[in-house]
Design a protein around this ligand. Structure first.
Ligand SMILES: *Cc1c(COP(=O)(O)O)cnc(C)c1O
Length: 363
């Protein structure tokens, strides 16, 4: 069939998501498998979110609040911003798309780390713009090199703290030097999807830069620490002028009723958030020790996942782990053919990963 599809759409690499548990179990004829592939919260959603969603079901015949008034207002209050600084999205993925739709035209460029979250490149290409991918240096974003890649065509840069898939961060000073040297008029996207898990004190927080004279957008999500990945809700923190532009391209009812309700309830459940974060930190400490005992090296991480160098083909280790009912992510498509990425699970899940990994590596 002849299709009028632009060349830049054909250039988009198809996104390869983690497989749903049901599909893997069917394919491999296994049961009771565990998924440590998509950095989700293994404790599930907050009980408060569940209760709020149950109550909201009665009102599904109504359109959502298009402005997300309650949620944006509560977020603003918690963060010390104005509601005008916040844009809600159907996951922060959608905000990435709004940013590229609103600010990039064909021929423009956006600078991003390589590897990084695949949605950046997909969204940039959807707008007909060119992704300029700057390799990491020893698993860290190479800010100097990224600056060197900025040209008069550059409209946007993507940074990710903590970085997916390495879990690395950079310091406040490094970030401030970067934004100081970056020419004005370039949108700085600081993706903070895992900010709740950071243990190091010295990292840049977008909140502190919303009022500088360069446009910064912090991206956050309810999908990871808040356990609401299935409902799709994320938000961006930005100067009101930037939010005004995004609201022009935003679908009027982009965040559904249940997502708004669940997110609002999750924000009030501090106990659940602390339980999640503590579990991740303890799980990471267990993982570091267990991996060291197996003689396997991994990146120190500030997120809820860890990049593990398995010392052989990651795709094979991935298959071996699947047969043991442990679903992880092979990093081959990210350019790391000998690494897997594993998110921290409940203690018994972490132990199962370690014993399956031991078996796979001894093979
Ligand atoms: C998971 C993730 C997101 C967000 O996802 P949404 O579910 O769309 O909110 C954003 N950036 C990175 C780096 C992620 O890993």
């Amino acid at each position: 069939m002849k299709l009028p599809v632009p060349e830049y759409i054909l250039s988009i690499p198809p996104y390869v998501p983690g497989k749903p548990i049901a599909e893997v179990e069917r394919e491999y004829g296994i049961r009771n498998s565990i998924k440590l592939a998509s950095n989700e919260n293994p404790l599930g959603p907050s009980p408060r979110s569940l209760a709020a969603v149950r109550d909201a079901l009665e009102n599904l015949h109504r359109y959502p609040d298009g402005g997300g008034y309650d949620l944006a207002t509560r977020l603003a209050e918690k963060l010390g911003l104005a509601p005008e600084n916040i844009v809600l999205g159907n996951g922060s993925d959608e905000i990435i798309g709004m940013l590229t739709t609103a600010f990039l035209s064909p021929g423009d460029s956006a600078v991003l780390p390589k590897p990084s979250f695949l949605m950046y490149e997909i969204a940039v290409r959807c707008a007909g713009a060119n992704p300029i991918k700057v390799p990491l240096r020893e698993f860290n974003q190479d800010l100097d090199r990224m600056l060197e890649k900025v040209t008069p065509e550059t409209r946007m840069v993507f940074l990710n703290v903590p970085h997916n898939p390495t879990g690395s961060i950079f310091s406040k000073a490094a970030f401030e030097d970067f934004i100081h040297r970056l020419p004005s008029g370039i949108i700085i996207v600081l993706d903070e999807a895992y900010i709740e898990f950071v243990r190091e004190p010295d990292f840049p927080n977008s909140l502190n830069y919303i009022d500088i004279d360069k446009p910064i957008v912090g991206l956050r999500t309810f999908s990871k620490a808040y356990g609401l990945a299935g409902l799709r809700v994320g938000y961006g923190l930005m100067p009101a002028e930037v939010a005004g532009i995004l609201n022009r391209v935003r679908q009027p009812f982009n965040v559904n009723v249940l997502a708004q309700t669940a997110a609002l309830a999750a924000l009030e459940d501090n106990a659940f958030l602390s339980k999640t974060v503590n579990m991740v930190h303890e799980g990471l400490d267990y993982m570091y020790a267990a991996l060291a005992k197996l003689g396997i090296s991994c990146c120190r991480t500030q997120a809820n996942f860890v990049l593990i160098q398995v010392g052989k083909k990651a795709d094979e280790v991935f298959e071996d782990l699947l047969r043991e009912g442990v679903i992880v992510r092979s990093m081959t498509s990210y350019g790391y053919p000998n690494h897997i990425r594993v998110n921290i699970g409940r203690p018994e899940e972490n132990e199962r990963l370690i014993s399956a990994l031991k078996k796979a590596l001894l093979k």
